[in-house]
Design a protein around this ligand. Structure first.
Ligand code: FCB
Length: 441
């Protein structure tokens, strides 16, 4: 027997992308180089040796892509703005052609009755700023704020929701601690300083946006995966807690409690970041929404992280599929941090999708993944979580950072040789979920 789980009438069903992962046109119409352009062009950095030079060519095909969004019935679309496309050197003169692109994109979305949610920083720092120290240099925070003001002035009459930064944890730790992401640095102390600067930049950008127009809705996007102890032992529960405080907690703490988690802080000793007197109030200023990205969980047993968890399935990213973790995470964040309204700003799964001879793409595992996660989100709402919308990652198959094009997350398949788009079965299924405003389980 199937059961129908209805969502509130104004629930915002959406899909998400990021500029570097889809736009391509890396050096066209005056765009500056980003740290991701530089990283991809450095041999050995990207698993399959590819680059973002063309990606999905969304820069030229955005109209067709919005027509596809309309076919899915999306109510909202989360995209990011490429900073070096609009300010090629990161600070100073703006690039009119870059600004025009985002104008056209937003106009086209509104004409399709799709609400735009803009993210200012989804990892593509202008290379010119990296040459001046990147996120290790506190001046970068002020440059982000200037860029935020520029965009709020330009698009603020049409874009209401603004996220400052996407996943500060990944920026700091993958970019500066283990070198897996641009700019590819490996320095523990720098990583924590970068984490702090990104949070300061968030605070300064939030102020800048509100300075332009106090009506705009400002938020941040944080990646939060539940950390579950698989046993009841004190040791496992303590370890799970430590991992949470060192990951999502390291960012949620400053943003909502104006302090870093104390146990984690002590562990870092001399590596702890330099903080200025007014930083914490700036970082913890009131927000209008919280964006959470979540894909999986970490499981702890007998004093270590277990992988694989016996009996669990894994996606192509080697991330465990465990939908109840989404509900636990949402309930915990609500209880511990008392956030403003929440959006799931990313959730989805990579599978090795193939095009059938008749041109369709059958992806039943993605449908099952999304169905189970939607259901858990609905249960979390019954638990009291103020969840207002859900953005599936991703609209299109795209450039998955250091994995290149090898991981397909899209509701829409992209043939990278021809750039042809095909709505996958999951895309058709999602269109039904949106049309019925609920999910059958
Ligand atoms: C998140 C990123 C997003 C995408 C997904 C799979 O960490 O924000 O750009 O790569 O993972």
């Amino acid at each position: 027997m199937t059961k129908f789980m209805a969502f509130p009438t104004d629930f915002l069903w959406g899909a998400a992308t990021a500029a570097f992962q889809i736009e391509g046109a890396w050096n066209q119409d005056g765009k500056g180089e980003s740290i991701w352009d530089r990283f991809c062009h450095t041999p050995g950095k990207i698993g399959d040796g590819t680059t973002g030079d063309v990606a999905c060519d969304h820069y030229h095909r955005y109209r067709d892509d919005i027509a596809l969004m309309r076919q899915l019935g999306l109510k909202a679309y989360r995209f990011s703005i490429s900073w070096p496309r609009v300010i090629p050197n990161g600070s100073g003169a703006a690039n009119p052609a870059g600004l025009d692109f985002y104008d056209r994109l937003v106009d086209e979305l509104l004409a399709a009755n799709i609400q735009p949610f803009a993210t200012l920083y989804h990892w593509d720092l202008p290379q010119a700023l990296q040459e001046r120290g990147g996120w290790g240099n506190r001046d970068t925070c002020g440059h982000l704020a200037d860029y935020a003001a520029l965009m709020a002035r330009r698009l603020g009459d049409r874009v209401r929701h603004w996220a400052t930064v996407n996943e500060p944890q990944v920026i700091a730790f993958l970019g500066h601690r283990n070198g897996e992401h641009a700019p590819g640095l490996e320095d523990d102390r720098l990583a924590l300083q970068v984490a702090h600067h990104v949070l300061v930049a968030h605070g300064m950008a939030a102020q800048a946006i509100r300075g332009v127009n106090p009506q705009l809705k400002v938020g941040i996007v944080i990646d939060a995966w539940s950390v579950d102890a698989l046993t009841d032992s004190e040791q496992d529960r303590a370890l799970a807690e430590t991992i949470w405080q060192n990951s999502a907690g390291w960012f949620l703490g400053p943003v909502f409690h104006a302090r870093y988690p104390s146990r984690a802080w002590q562990m870092y000793g001399d590596s702890a970041p330099d903080i200025r007197a007014d930083d914490m109030p700036l970082i913890s200023q009131r927000l209008d929404f919280l964006g959470l990205n979540t894909y999986s969980r970490l499981a702890v047993k007998k004093g270590r992280v277990v992988k694989p968890v016996p009996g669990s399935e894994y996606t192509e990213m080697d991330w465990e599929i465990h939908a109840p973790a989404l509900r636990r995470m949402l309930v915990r964040v609500t209880r511990d941090y008392v956030p403003p309204p929440i959006y799931i700003t990313e959730n989805g799964a990579a599978f090795p999708d193939a095009v059938s001879p008749d041109g369709s793409v059958h992806d039943p595992r993605r449908i099952a993944y999304l169905r189970d996660h939607f259901a858990q989100a609905r249960l979390a709402m019954d638990d009291g979580v103020d969840l207002r919308g859900y953005f599936v990652w991703s609209l299109l198959d795209n450039f998955e950072w250091s994995n290149g094009y090898s991981k397909r997350f899209g509701l829409i398949h992209v043939d990278y040789a021809t750039l042809q788009r095909r709505i996958k079965d999951s895309g058709k299924w999602y269109a039904q979920v949106i049309a019925q405003n609920g999910v059958e389980i």
